[in-house]
Write a protein that binds this ligand. Structure first.
Ligand code: ZN
Length: 499
């Protein structure tokens, strides 16, 4: 009896060791950035926030998916920066080198999960994303499965795609499904590993360059086209489908719209191709219908329209200086127009000017300031605007010490928010943090293109001011040289057929 017990324990130990050894292992990493090649403001180390090790996994659905499936994650560096100009070479190379070193030291792995945006562009590189994935592939070899999640505003080249096995992108713009997309990339990776699948990707590149504001998935024509994705992904032979609106403020040969369909195996390439062509052709056929979903015009026209509106609050986007698409955010052109038009009950949220903010901190709440604002970073389209105002709010010390420090002034009846660092007012909390309720004002100016989901949901009305800047919405006014100059709408007579 005793002998049998010892024998059983030995057997169970052996099995548990085997189970431990058999646990699938997935290495995770990412460099997420949307790089605006027109912007003169480089993206530096100071712009990146970085997570490493266990911190990477905190509260993420994709990490929970792996845990539930009994997959061990080996998290390396995940770096993210707010959209901006081209990324400095030294910082990209440092992050890449850290990731590759971790990968070499990771031991035996079954898969790699890439947490990317897809529109990264680095100083001195033609295609840094392709270099990055190629170096990963060279280390892990052909047998290890690489899966990636992307923002649908990414531009993935053929050189990049040839080294990835599975890719999936957001299905909403404005984005509401970031976490869901990342979790899907992880689930698909685990499914492939468990079922020993060899996925195969078909791509159709559509020669269209449109800003995100014309590629909204909540309105037609893209609403109905994106709605087909889940059905396609459900097909027996297929795993996933993605439509990339692309990122047009990147003057690069790879900038375009794209459709990707991932098949379970290369033998289903024809099905994948047919589905990809079908989606791409629908997009091409509707290209002229992809337009702004709100009224647009010059700043003065938008201010006049807002003042005439019966709606209690009208949001106006200062679209040329949209910091969420990489612009510097310190152009005071709309502020100047509000003052010139003697607009009251308006809030300008906000402008980036750390020097102006420091002067306000020194003076204190209740004091008057006579200075000039803006035009420091964007010297191409921006200018310094002389203003006189009364300081009404300063962030508490705990916030003022951080990048989110801000002040609110009253300038001739306009509430002006001045921020320490480059960001946009995209959520209600951004207003709450400076003691403002946007719905208390008739006009709310934001440095955005389309409104982000929370504001989109509460805004009674939204207008798009076609302002100048590095995120100009009129593609034909941008100085493209390297992108496909025959793309729509640079060449409106372009003929094209999905094949
Ligand atoms: Zn995006």
């Amino acid at each position: 009896m005793r002998k049998f017990l010892v024998f059983s324990i030995l057997i169970s130990l052996l099995f548990s060791c085997k189970e431990e050894n058999d646990k699938m292992r997935v290495f995770t990493c990412g460099i997420r950035h949307e790089s605006n090649t027109f912007s003169t403001l480089p993206t530096t180390e100071a712009n990146f926030s970085v997570a490493r090790g266990k911190d990477v996994l905190k509260d993420h659905e994709w990490a929970k998916v792996a845990e539930k499936e009994g997959v061990e994650l080996i998290p390396s560096l995940h770096a993210y920066a707010w959209p901006g100009g081209i990324v400095e070479r030294t910082i990209f190379e440092r992050y890449k080198s850290e990731i590759l070193t971790d990968l070499k030291n990771a031991g035996k792995i079954d898969g790699v999960y890439l947490d990317m945006h897809g529109a990264l562009h680095v100083e001195g590189y033609d295609d840094a994303q392709a270099t990055f994935i190629k170096e990963i592939r060279d280390i892990v070899g052909d047998k290890v499965m690489i899966s990636g999640s992307f923002d649908l505003h990414g531009n993935l080249s053929a050189d990049f795609v040839k080294n990835i096995n599975i890719l999936t992108a957001y299905r909403t713009a404005p984005h509401r499904d970031g976490e869901e997309t990342k979790a899907r990339a992880m689930s698909l990776l685990i499914e492939c590993l468990k079922r020993k699948l060899k996925p195969y990707i078909e791509t159709v590149t559509i020669p269209i360059l449109i800003p995100g504001e014309k590629g909204i998935t909540e309105v037609e024509p893209l609403y109905s086209i994106y709605a087909q994705i889940p059905e396609i992904a459900k097909k027996e032979e297929l795993m996933d489908a993605s439509i990339f609106v692309g990122y047009a403020w990147a003057d690069l040969p790879r900038s375009a719209m794209r459709v990707f369909v991932v098949a379970n195996d290369a033998k289903y390439a024809k099905t994948a191709r047919t589905e990809a062509q079908n989606l791409a052709q629908q997009i091409w056929d509707k290209r002229a219908d992809m337009k702004l979903d709100v009224p647009s015009g010059s700043i003065d026209e938008m201010i006049a329209l807002a003042n005439k509106s019966e709606k209690s609050t009208v949001f106006i986007s200062d679209s040329g200086d949209n910091t969420t698409a990489g612009a510097p955010g310190d152009n005071p052109q709309v502020l100047a127009a509000l003052l010139k038009n003697k607009t009251k009950r308006a809030v300008f949220a906000g402008i980036v000017d750390p020097n102006f903010l420091s002067q306000c901190v020194e003076l204190g709440v209740g004091r008057e300031i006579d200075s000039s604002i803006g035009g420091d970073k964007d010297k191409t389209f921006g200018f310094a605007l002389p203003i006189k105002g009364k300081i009404e709010f300063l962030s508490p010390d705990s916030i003022m010490q951080t990048d989110r420090g801000a002040t609110v002034l009253d300038v001739e009846g306009v509430k002006l928010v001045v921020m320490k660092s480059r960001r946009s007012f995209i959520e209600k909390v951004d207003f709450e943090e400076v003691n403002l309720n946007p719905l208390d004002f008739k006009i709310v100016v934001v440095k955005l293109g389309y409104l982000y989901p929370e504001l989109r949901d509460i805004a009674p009305e939204h207008l798009m001011a076609l302002t100048s800047g590095f995120c100009n919405l009129e593609m034909t006014t941008l100085p493209f040289k390297n992108a496909d100059l025959k793309s729509y709408p640079l060449d409106i007579n372009r003929e094209w057929k999905a094949k």
